[in-house]
Design a protein around this ligand. Structure first.
Ligand code: NDP
Ligand code: 8X3
Length: 251
């Protein structure tokens, strides 16, 4: 299988690439940081191609994917994994440029990559779009605001794509992880404040990137008649909180 993974210069994407490469699949790894991708490509060998582009740039997405050599060009599986969260401030204190960056990356980037590769999958009568969502799509938390909303879009996009693709041989799945450590996600969210980022995972055993990669690989390797719609996963140490009721202080 030819597997294209966005956001493979770090975290889940790199682990997903390694998981598929282990089984002899061809992997196309993408991201903005070319040196990181080249290093992983060297590690994975001739069954790997690295493409450096920004998913927010629609033209760059198209240009890069068109450079794939013939044996890599027919992508069977697209893992729309590139994404980020910026900030944890309440909406009334958030930075509008950061909201834009999340929308442009987590939503528009996914749409550009999907739009580029989906027609070929339908033409060939086989394919799989696997989108990286988040539990933040389903369980709102303070400061999650636009990040959670972008992932809710991804969940609904995944279901709506299924509605269009039923009977075409192209499957669609969404993976929704909770707390996952060992990636750059929180370092990016807290704008390089690594101490604050580490605090998110302190005194717990979060999921790790390999756990997520296993889920993606499992979803992708079900028999062709099976479409796993969604996988929600959290570490044992995580659950959801109660609804909040703010009570007025009594005089
Ligand atoms: P990382 O920050 O480690 O990885 C994010 C990846 O996305 C990097 O490879 C980065 O590459 C790429 N990326 C970001 N912006 C762009 C862009 N504009 N164009 C191209 N590539 C981009 O985070 P994770 O591995 O933890 O997260 C991966 C996905 O999983 C994200 O969608 C995230 O929202 C989601 N997720 C993460 C969870 C977690 O707790 N870690 C839980 C649930 C979901 P580069 O910088 O080189 O461009
Ligand atoms: C990442 C998980 O809980 O930080 O999507 O939003 S969370």
């Amino acid at each position: 299988m030819n597997v294209c993974i966005t956001g493979a210069s770090s975290g889940f994407g790199a682990a997903i690439a390694r998981r598929f490469a282990r089984d002899g699949d061809r992997v196309i790894i993408t991201g903005r940081r070319a040196e990181r991708l080249e290093a992983l490509a060297r590690d994975l060998g001739p069954n790997c191609r690295a493409l450096s582009f920004d998913v927010r740039d629609r033209q760059a997405v198209g240009r890069a994917l068109k450079t794939l050599p013939e044996d890599f060009a027919a992508v069977d599986i697209l893992v729309n994994n590139a994404g980020l969260s910026l900030g944890l401030e309440p909406a009334y204190q958030a930075n509008l440029d950061e909201w834009d960056a999340m929308v442009d990356t987590n939503i528009t980037g996914v749409l550009s990559c999907t739009h580029q590769l989906l027609p070929g999958m339908v033409e060939r009568g086989r394919g799989h779009i696997i989108n990286m969502g988040s539990v933040a799509a389903q369980f709102p938390y303070p400061g999650g605001n636009v990040y959670g909303a972008t992932k809710a879009f991804i969940y609904q996009l995944s279901l709506n794509l299924r509605a269009d693709l039923v009977g075409t041989g192209v499957r669609v799945s969404v993976i929704e992880p909770g707390l996952v450590g060992g990636t750059e996600f929180s370092n990016v969210r807290f704008r390089g404040d690594n101490t604050r980022a580490a605090g998110i995972y302190a005194d717990t055993t979060p999921l790790n990137a390999d756990d997520v990669a296993d889920a993606v690989h499992w979803v992708a390797t079900r028999p062709p008649h099976v479409n796993i719609l969604s996988v929600q996963m959290m570490p044992e140490s995580q659950a959801f909180g109660p609804l909040v009721v703010k009570r007025k202080p009594q005089a």
